[in-house]
Design a protein around this ligand. Sequence first.
Ligand code: HEM
Length: 255
Amino acid sequence: MAKRASSADRRRFILRKLHSLSGVVPLGLFVVLHLWTQAHGLWGQARYDEAIADRNAIPYLPLIEVGLVLLPLAFHGLFGVFLALQSRANVGAYPFNRNWMYVAQRLSGVAGLAFIIWHVGQYWLPKYQGQLSPAELYPALCADLSATHGGVPLIALAYILGVAATVFHLANGLWGFCVSWGIVVTRNAQRLSATVFGLGGLLLFFLGANTAIYFATGSRVAVFGVPVGSHETLARTCSDLTTAVPAGQPAGLGK
Ligand code: HEM
């Protein structure tokens, strides 16, 4: 006769399901919308400020940011670290692709969480402490990301790695979500969905990395509808704001 699940087993099952769901909604949705909002910086400060003003016009924004972003993030991150500490990697014995992805999912989760905690302290907390107005965000991003330490653009590199870790974690996590919730079942469907999520992840990484590179250097790989390099068509760009940031000198907030 099958053993009945104990209440601890049931609690653990529900927590795991909530953990998996919270990674998709609201957190996955937030990452896509957030990178899209930040990408408005590619058009110059006027378009960026407009995008931030539209976002700030959302009713009950502080409640939404805390209730639908930061609290789910705290739950997903803390429970994720707990699961990662409990897991046993077996890539040594079975070096299969999916086993490597299992390890990479845990490592990218921890790296992404470290990035987000630092990043929230850099821009979100100062906003609520009254130290950073919406109009100051764009110049602060240009100054912070273009600063160099010993000639190395450490903050811009941290952004590119942070975006890479978060986006990989999201794309690979979406695949795992679809498999574990029975949305993709057959081997072919699983292969096809891995390709779709992989390509989507690459696109999202490109969106975030392009924005970080732009804030750091003033160069864009691409801007939709605007030829690359035509600064005249853009209102007040990063290169107008940070003509020269002396090496090793903190130029903006969040140092
Ligand atoms: C190019 C990359 C990014 C840039 C330039 C950027 C910029 C910003 C800025 C300026 C803020 C403060 C905005 C405000 O509240 O008015 C912010 C907040 C935040 N960012 Fe990012 N970010 C980037 C990538 C990411 C990534 C990959 C994550 C991962 C989840 C993330 C998570 C957050 C969170 C949780 C907040 C606080 C909540 C919120 O504003 O709704 N960011 N970001």
